[in-house]
Design a protein around this ligand. Sequence first.
Ligand SMILES: NC(=O)C1=CN([C@@H]2O[C@H](COP(=O)(O)OP(=O)(O)OC[C@H]3O[C@@H](n4cnc5c(N)ncnc54)[C@H](OP(=O)(O)O)[C@@H]3O)[C@@H](O)[C@H]2O)C=CC1
Ligand SMILES: O=C1O[C@H](COP(=O)(O)O)[C@@H](O)[C@H](O)[C@H]1O
Length: 510
Amino acid sequence: MKKTNNQMLVIFGASGDLTARKLIPALFNLYVAKQLPKNFVVLGASRSDLTDEEFRDKVVNKSRYLKAKLDDLKENFIKGFTDMFFYEDLGGDYTSEYSGLSKRISKLNIAHGTDNNYMFYLSTPPNLYETIAKNLSEVGLSSQQEGWKRLIVEKPFGYSLESAKKLNSGLQQYFKEPQIYRIDHYLGKETVQNLLVTRFSNSIFEPLWNRNYIHHVEITNAESGGVEKRGGYYDKSGALRDMFQNHLLQIVSLVVMEPPIGDQPEEIRNEKVKALKSLRIMRDEKTLFDNTIRAQYVASEINGEKVKGYREEDGVDPDSTTETYAAVKFFVDNWRWHGVPFYVRTAKRMPTKVTEIVIHFQPPHHQIFRDSGASSKDNKLIIRIQPDEGVLIKFGVKVPGQGFKVERANLDFYYSSLAETYVMEAYERLLLDAMQGDATLYARADEVEAAWEFVDPILDYWKNGKDVRMYGYAAGVWGPENGDELIDDLGTWRNPGENLADDPGFCVIC
Ligand SMILES: NC(=O)C1=CN([C@@H]2O[C@H](COP(=O)(O)OP(=O)(O)OC[C@H]3O[C@@H](n4cnc5c(N)ncnc54)[C@H](OP(=O)(O)O)[C@@H]3O)[C@@H](O)[C@H]2O)C=CC1
Ligand SMILES: O=C1O[C@H](COP(=O)(O)O)[C@@H](O)[C@H](O)[C@H]1O
């Protein structure tokens, strides 16, 4: 069991959505599970004019998640939680000097015995990250002479390769790379981590994990929701930046990577970087045209309810060319994966919320049961990241009786069958790791840059390419028909829990 030192968590942007929806509930779960250190303080910092009491009130009252739990808990238990919270008004903006903040931190440190160990969580608009790091450094709050200092940074880590490099070097002027924790909440998901264990702690999968046995790899991230209240942010981002560049390429790196020499953070991260650097970058327009598809959802009805199209959403430009669906086919240029196509798609307003990896194995070289129902697509390994987290194996079996009729069977493991095991929420797991100084599940600067290097040409083509198209799909279906064209030499995408409405797939900006 790793040790969690006494410490203070300072959250910049403490009055925001992420703090209320993710960070506070995660801290609360850690508190209930007695995982927080003996001496622990949370100092919220924002421009809003709040007292400690008002902040505490907001922290507990604003969290719908906590409200549901609070009814079951004793009042003094809850008070113990809220008493850990304090608030510092940064007075106007985040750019003025931090001597007031620094004094408050010192005072709380002495009063609560947090041993000069400070974790700074940047949950503000990203254009403030570098300024906050600079201001902290100027008042000595990045120095590790006494106690450790860590900086957790929220995505987006840049908007392009160039801006990611600028952000990384900007932060590294004030904090050393090992002090910087770039959070990618997909890495905190239990089944994403389980990929490493499935691959490297079993001898039955790894011998097959290569071009000789794997035909192709498919990764789907589907959300049934639209852009909700984040239209303004999303319209400047799009599916490729919002999900693909970070979460999905992180998953790809875990599928592709070579076995690390051990389980230490740098051993694993070094292999992930190598994996990301081996993705074949698409440079010419023809390759980009043939291997990438973008689309937007348009107004439709889902279960009898009218649903807005993307361009009608609040905060979205009515002429927006931002994609809510992105599908990319690519290859990995290394010994293990030569010639194996990867198909990765992500979208909002799909029929269901699901994320899964499907490893399609090669068909048998000589299929003697072809006429008895055996299919060349029988063998699949499905790693279900969410929901119903688990690992599923699909294979062919003989139907009892005369002859050799073949049908498909499943060997399925679901995490829910481990009823005794408490599965931590992603933010809970990641916060605890950072508190313990374990950066394994955080993205390193070179990983982020390698991912942008792959994504940048696609973004550039989608913005400036000659023949580039934007397709439409009715909200609530599995994307545009053209999405299937990408994979059509292999059939169709696996649409889990399929509920496919009639969808012609049409072009809104051809
Ligand atoms: N919400 C989410 O689900 C996710 C968010 N993120 C990232 O986390 C960060 C925070 O996101 P989120 O909490 O949603 O954002 P919000 O807009 O809800 O909150 C941002 C906070 O930053 C403060 N702030 C300081 N300067 C500004 C400014 N110029 N404009 C707006 N707010 C400012 C605001 O507090 P005050 O006005 O009091 O200073 C506010 O509390 C962002 O970088 C976002 O990309 C990443 C993944 C998911
Ligand atoms: O980072 C993001 O992730 C969410 C999806 O996360 P999940 O854990 O619910 O799968 C996505 O909705 C959001 O647009 C994106 O910014």
